[in-house]
Design a protein around this ligand. Structure first.
Ligand code: NAD
Length: 441
């Protein structure tokens, strides 16, 4: 039973709200808005995803989401449709939560946004407010307004900052709310819609709001590249990055968040958003050298992990079995988009390794999926690492801490572990006879 059911309320000012796109942003948002008492129509054009949700099943792995969905559906506060045009007919507020993937030139592909805008434009209720939550470059709000082409409709930017894995909690209790609007009355109506949280609200113009989201992700990515760079230095000079992180983090200007080294940053946001920001800067004549350095530093980090595994395998990956623990870009999500684990395992396979892998969110029958073609999946961690020459932990799932390493020691070809998340306890692994290599220690 989730902690979030108590979030269901009956006393709110009920609004008709439409959410377009039932992904990692749209689905938690729709469930949370329904939990606030609103009447929500969720439009998802993928019929498989739409019918799963209708059945009360979440297509994404998010703590508390299925429980919230069950109550939202049974109380009939949440309806699912495949047609965005139909979904908006009675809505006072329409949230756009469609994907903005990376284009070949590194910029954000906003075609899902422009298509959705064209689709809904003629069907929007008189005076509706369209709220764009998708991360999109400067000028997108004005472009949506032009596509909709109706003077009675205002488009507002409300970037989303939720973290996968804690999407429901983050949607219920955001750190801050940013509302970018060039029309003050519309801004006030959107702020009022969120008046049930205590989060500070920043109301600004649309351009600044659009930039806040990119700047925010670029800052986080840079912080991670910084600590990964320090981890590399720690290894060279014989220092310990875990203690270094503590020594830095107690300074409140620096903090502890995003100060743990790892195999590199990934996921559906940081890589595409940093790349889009650099491209956006170039289009305005600004060279964002710092962000470019953060991106190249990230590739260097992923390569460092490949090298660590190669060294652990004896200097040559050919003919070696590498047992991988974790494939998602971080723990507590099933998202593998731009996962460092996938990038690293692809390099290992290209260099001749046989890659066996286990991840709690990836079923063995997912074998044929494009990003997994280079490896063999197993249903349990012990089978994945059996007979391996190196065990490599690439995602920090808590369950890996509690594995029976005595059993693993008996099953592997060579007792060597590369822990790219510093998740395991080196001392106890050494005692069991493993050779252990972490990151920056
Ligand atoms: P996603 O790809 O998981 O989901 C988008 C969904 O929208 C898909 O299911 C797709 O089928 C649907 N869709 C697209 N066009 C549609 C249409 N016209 N009608 C109905 N459905 C449509 O994407 P996501 O991860 O939820 O991200 C959405 C946006 O939010 C992106 O811009 C992303 O950068 C941003 N964002 C994501 C996160 C995150 O953690 N994933 C966090 C903050 C911001």
């Amino acid at each position: 039973m989730s902690d979030y059911i108590h979030a269901f309320r009956h006393d709110e000012d009920v609004r008709n709200i439409c959410v377009i796109g039932a992904g990692y942003v749209g689905l938690p948002l729709a469930a949370v808005l329904a939990s606030r008492g609103h009447s929500v129509t969720l439009a998802e054009r993928d019929e498989n995803i739409a019918s799963l949700i209708r059945e009360g099943e979440s297509p994404i792995y998010e703590h508390g989401l299925e429980e919230l969905l069950a109550v939202a559906l049974s109380s009939e506060r949440l309806h699912i449709t495949e047609s965005a045009a139909q979904a908006v007919i009675n809505a006072e507020f329409v949230f756009l939560c469609v994907g903005t993937p990376e284009s070949l030139d590194g910029s954000a592909d906003i075609s899902y946004i422009t298509r959705a805008a064209a689709e809904i434009g003629p069907h929007l209720a008189e005076g509706a407010i369209v709220i764009n939550k998708s991360t999109a470059p400067i000028g997108t709000i004005k472009l949506i307004e032009r596509i909709i082409g109706r003077p009675d409709i205002t488009v507002v930017c409300n970037p989303e900052f939720l973290r996968e894995g804690t999407a429901v909690a983050d949607s219920l209790n955001p750190d801050r709310i940013v509302v970018g609007a060039d029309n003050q009355e519309a801004a006030a109506r959107v702020v009022a819609l969120f008046n049930n949280t205590t989060a500070p609200t920043v109301v600004t113009d649309t351009t600044t709001a659009e930039l806040i989201k990119y700047a925010s992700n670029a800052f986080l990515a840079t912080k991670l590249t910084f600590i990964n760079t320090m981890a590399g230095l720690c290894e060279s000079v014989g220092a310990d990055v875990v203690d270094l992180g503590l020594g830095l983090g107690y300074d409140s200007r620096i903090g502890f968040e995003f100060m743990r080294p790892g195999p590199g940053w990934g996921g559906s946001c940081l890589p595409k958003d940093t790349s889009a920001l650099v491209t956006m800067g170039e289009s305005f004549g600004c060279d964002l050298e710092l962000i470019r350095a953060a991106i190249s530093g990230n590739f260097a980090q992923m390569n460092r992990i490949v090298d660590k595994i190669r060294i652990a395998a004896g200097g040559d990956l050919r003919g070696r079995i590498i047992g991988i623990l974790g494939l998602t870009f971080k723990a507590n999500t099933n998202d593998r988009r731009n996962s460092p684990a996938i990038w690293i395992t692809q390099r290992l396979a290209e260099d001749g390794a046989t890659v066996h892998a286990y991840d709690p969110t990836v079923a063995k029958d997912a074998d044929g999926i494009d990003d997994l073609l280079h490896l063999t999946l197993f249903d349990d961690p012990y089978s994945a690492v059996a007979r391996s020459h190196v065990v490599a932990l690439l995602t920090e799932w808590q369950e890996f801490r509690w594995l029976d390493f005595t059993r693993i020691h008996d099953d592997v070809a060579t007792a060597t572990i590369v822990d790219a998340r510093n998740t395991l306890d080196p001392a106890s692994l050494h005692r069991l006879g493993f050779s252990y290599s972490g990151v920056g220690r």
